[in-house]
Design a protein around this ligand. Structure first.
Ligand SMILES: O=C(O)C(=O)CO
Length: 253
């Protein structure tokens, strides 16, 4: 919601916002906004790295371990200032010019090593680290982490209780479908949820192929207690697009 307006989020009755990339802002100024609006910052991302060179996070990028650690330290600094308890530790992309098949083993080993480091650093701050599969079919063809199955294997190798799975239903539908089975199978690993309708990434009640009332009911039955991030592009204004919250949840946000 920082991308749109934290004030709009507060006016709309939300208690929390996500702020994916906020590193061009002053953390102290952002803290003032959270204090003025009473909003919790539910999630931030590790910095993208060097967007000019095509980075989108460095977690799995061999040879960038020091840059990864610096980015994580910056994210932790922002999270502590904002009292944010979740950091999306981004895997990053298969480096340009390399074939995914040729480098995936090395990238996975790098990601596991960086996540173990991150887990130990984050544990000292009481912050949860999250890894998010991002679909490579539509959104980001070079992204390294592109299925819940791959993420589950990595989490097993990382073997740290404070590194969990960030489920973005939009990506899961595009990359694999089979939402009910995958949500049931990986539910114990899920630490954060994001939603958007498929294919246009608008509000959950916009025209599309995902039945969100069914999925929210499934998450409730499974006992999901975390946040649901609205990572979608409003079809119109942010506020006008919030009817789905009233419809699906009777206005609880
Ligand atoms: O692209 C996405 O879905 C993200 O959540 C990036 O943080």
């Amino acid at each position: 919601m920082f991308r749109y307006s934290p004030q709009a989020a507060a006016r709309a009755g939300f208690q929390a916002v996500e702020a994916a990339w906020l590193y061009d802002s002053d953390p102290g100024e952002l803290r003032k906004v959270t204090e003025q609006t009473g909003l919790e910052v539910a999630l931030i991302n590790t910095p993208p790295g060097d967007l000019k060179s095509g980075d989108l996070g460095l977690g799995a990028v061999p040879g960038r371990e020091q840059d990864f650690r610096q980015g994580l330290a910056l994210a932790i600094n922002f999270a502590k200032t904002l009292d944010c308890k979740r950091i999306h530790v981004m895997a990053g992309r298969v480096p340009a010019g390399l074939q995914r098949s040729a480098t995936s083993m090395e990238m996975e080993a790098t990601f596991v090593q960086n996540l173990r480091y991150a887990a130990d650093v984050l544990a000292k701050e009481g912050i949860l680290g999250l890894i998010e599969p991002i679909n490579t079919r539509v959104t980001d063809p070079q992204y390294f982490l592109d299925s819940p199955h791959q993420a589950a294997e990595i989490l097993q190798k990382v073997d740290r209780p404070n590194i969990k799975l960030q489920m973005d239903v939009y990506h899961w539908q595009i990359m694999d479908g089979n939402l009910t089975q995958n949500i049931q199978k990986y539910f114990p690993l899920i630490g954060h949820v994001q939603v958007a309708q498929v294919p246009d990434r608008h509000e959950p009640d916009s025209p599309g192929e995902v039945n969100f009332p069914y999925l929210f009911n499934l998450l409730e039955k499974l006992g999901y207690q975390g946040y649901v991030g609205c990572e979608y592009k409003p079809m119109g204004s942010t506020e006008a697009g919030l009817d789905w919250v009233r419809k699906y949840w009777g206005g609880k946000k």
